[in-house]
Design a binder for this molecule. Sequence first.
Ligand SMILES: Nc1ncnc2c1ncn2[C@@H]1O[C@H](COP(=O)(O)OP(=O)(O)OP(=O)(O)O)[C@@H](O)[C@H]1O
Ligand SMILES: [Mg+2]
Length: 260
Amino acid sequence: MTSVLTLAGVSKSFGAARALVDVDLEVHPHEVVAVVGDNGAGKSTLAAMLAGVHQPDSGAVLVDGEPVRLASPATARQRGIAAVFQELALCDNLDVVENLFLGHELEAGPFLDEVAMERQAWELLDQLAARVPSVRMPVSALSGGQRRTVAIARALLGDPRVVVLDEPTAALGIRQTAQVLTLVERLRSRGHSVVLISHSTADVQAVADRIVVLRLGRVNGVFDADAATSEDLLAAITGAAPAAPRTRRPGAAPVEGGPR
Ligand SMILES: Nc1ncnc2c1ncn2[C@@H]1O[C@H](COP(=O)(O)OP(=O)(O)OP(=O)(O)O)[C@@H](O)[C@H]1O
Ligand SMILES: [Mg+2]
């Protein structure tokens, strides 16, 4: 099956910090690929690269097998890749509809088409089975999980093929986490591919098809979610071997109290 999105030998440094080193990643159609790793492993850098925020120093990004240069977030969106970052970049004082359509408002002649935008907002949130009390509420009045849903809904407006979610469950309670994970499953069933970035091995085991472990900027294991145990993942995350098939840096010191 052709990958929708491929990273081939991608590296990225910030000064002396090697954020990504020779990273390979494949995202297939209708697939949830999780990327897990400890703090500083390179996860957000990977997300930013897929979203056109950062460009690789070396290596290639391919869309449908064709090399592309994702020079900006706008270019990435044109290529069908949308991302939701941890700092959601919502405007607190604006309501849900205004946030969803910010920068691409629907117009009716010289006026904004508020009715159409409100209808589309509800349709989108319904499709995601999102529970938001009112689309005319300022997003500052929403819960953390609801805000995250609004940010994800906004990413879906251009109907991207790949949705990149950077730590979508961070700092959420149990119920809200479950809601976001259900939403990820819904994205897949609607035909999107998802790159799910997370600290939580439990979260990714619940929804991912494949799990890629990053450690110190390198891929330190790729697992079928069905087959991987929490111990396998933790070992790859911390570098405490037993080795995954693609482990490249075995035997490094384990990190205390790694994420579960
Ligand atoms: N803009 C930047 N300038 C300088 N260094 C950076 C920048 N972005 C990331 N880094 C460095 O790159 C490495 C990877 O950072 P990154 O944010 O990708 O990790 P992460 O896996 O997302 O971590 P966390 O789990 O804490 O979010 C870190 O060493 C970080 O300090
Ligand atoms: Mg991060």
